[in-house]
Design a protein around this ligand. Sequence first.
Ligand code: NI
Length: 172
Amino acid sequence: MSVKKILTEPNKLLRLISKPVEKVGDEERVLMDDMLDTMYEAPGIGLAAIQIGVPKRIIVIDISKDENKKEPRYFVNPVIKNKNKEKVKYEEGCLSVPDQFAEIERPNTCEVEYLDYDGKKKLLKADGLLAICIQHEIDHLEGILFIDYLSKLKKSMIIKKLSKIRINREIF
Ligand code: NI
């Protein structure tokens, strides 16, 4: 298991559409372990494979926020089957858009079909933070970032800020 580098906006790889996984094997499990390590180290509550540069439809989530009671969840080829029409606003952030937060509106519950760590087919009814997180991560698999839901002006301001941060880091 190892911690990988997290790609940040405006890295073009983040805009790729990730490919479905044909079979959950050892290679995928090593990737999921690395993703989890990377997410905990960051720290964050969700990570998509493309955020470490791998365009596979895999996400990991742990919303427990408790060091001693980790509850990792693995989703391979996740598909949202059913979204509630009722929406909630949540202040979202993203490891690929460091230090930026914005209120985003999404359905407050969803049903997701996926393969688990062992490749078994599962269906999960999620609500609250978990439902929001699943939708945010599945967006990554489509090359969508939460800032895409903001106005053009807000989005370009954030991207400008991020570009500046990157230039400063390179000068050091
Ligand atoms: Ni994200």
